[in-house]
Design a protein around this ligand. Structure first.
Ligand code: ACM
Length: 265
């Protein structure tokens, strides 16, 4: 299965330019026979908003905006795409990930764990992270800062995800190491698609990354440039959950000892 990471550099208030750059990475991905493409968090809008009204202006409804139509169109002919979307739904806006396959909207996941000023503009999602099946493989979705909550990746693993698709806009340096551990502790692949560039003094770190079920880095993109990374993987490599003949990362859990995890304090 051929998966691509489309590391791009959106800019606030430059919607036309953003869409042109996205179209260019979509074309590259098509030319490279990518079957599944991941784009960064908030790929249509940019990230470093100054106000809720600015974020609102950049938002679009799922399946009813130019960006969503572009993603939907790309997903025809057997392809699948997951992308961050500045999503509007009535008076609320969400930091969402949307999935399109075969020209149809498959799902929307609204980011649960909002980072820093995102809490000023976005409403948090209220559902567990989703999985879906595609071409006999199972994928999970989470968005950027969700990485800091190991429960999210664990829930996806328990729901059968073999590959976590992870649109991101990273500004702190820790996620790349953390995702190696999320892979290892759940024995699955992760595909973190980050963005590059600077917005209003916020520097994004690029280095979009694939990790393997053994916690190895399979691919790491450059720091500063928009770029497409492509990797062939076999998702069923994530099905073996034993690290030794007697240590299974899922079957050996002791949920009866973890009840504190479901209490709020
Ligand atoms: C982040 O969640 N964009 C750091």
């Amino acid at each position: 299965m051929r998966i691509g990471l489309g590391q791009i550099e959106p800019q606030i208030g430059e919607m036309d330019k953003n869409l042109r750059n996205i179209r260019s990475i979509l074309d590259q991905a098509r030319e490279n026979d990518v079957e599944i493409l991941v784009l960064p968090e908030l790929a249509n809008s940019g990230y470093a908003f100054d106000s809720k009204s600015e974020a609102f202006e950049s938002a679009e409804r799922v399946d009813d905006g130019e960006f969503s139509h572009m993603l939907k169109d790309w997903s025809k002919n057997g392809r699948l795409i997951v992308s961050g979307l500045c999503e509007r739904d009535d008076e609320r806006i969400y930091n969402s990930a949307v999935v399109f396959a075969e020209g149809s909207h498959i799902l929307t996941y609204r980011k649960v764990h909002l980072f820093n000023k995102e809490k000023l503009w976005f409403a948090p999602g209220t559902t567990e992270p989703p999985t879906f099946e595609h071409n006999d493989a199972c994928f999970g979705v989470m968005v950027c800062w969700d990485w800091a909550f190991p429960e999210m990746a664990r829930i996806l693993a328990l729901k059968g995800a073999q590959v976590i698709l992870h649109p991101s806009n990273l500004v702190l340096p820790y996620c790349f190491d953390a995702m190696k551990i999320r892979s290892l502790e759940n024995h699955l692949f992760t595909a973190t698609c980050n963005r590059t560039g600077t917005e209003r003094n916020l520097q994004f770190s690029g280095k979009s990354q694939f990790t393997s079920p053994k916690g190895e880095v399979l691919l790491s993109l450059g720091e500063g440039e928009p770029e497409l990374g492509v990797l062939n993987i076999n998702p069923s490599d994530a099905d073996e959950k034993k690290l030794t003949p007697r240590n299974d990362v899922l079957a050996d859990r002791k949920p009866e000892i973890y009840s504190r995890l479901t209490r709020s304090s």
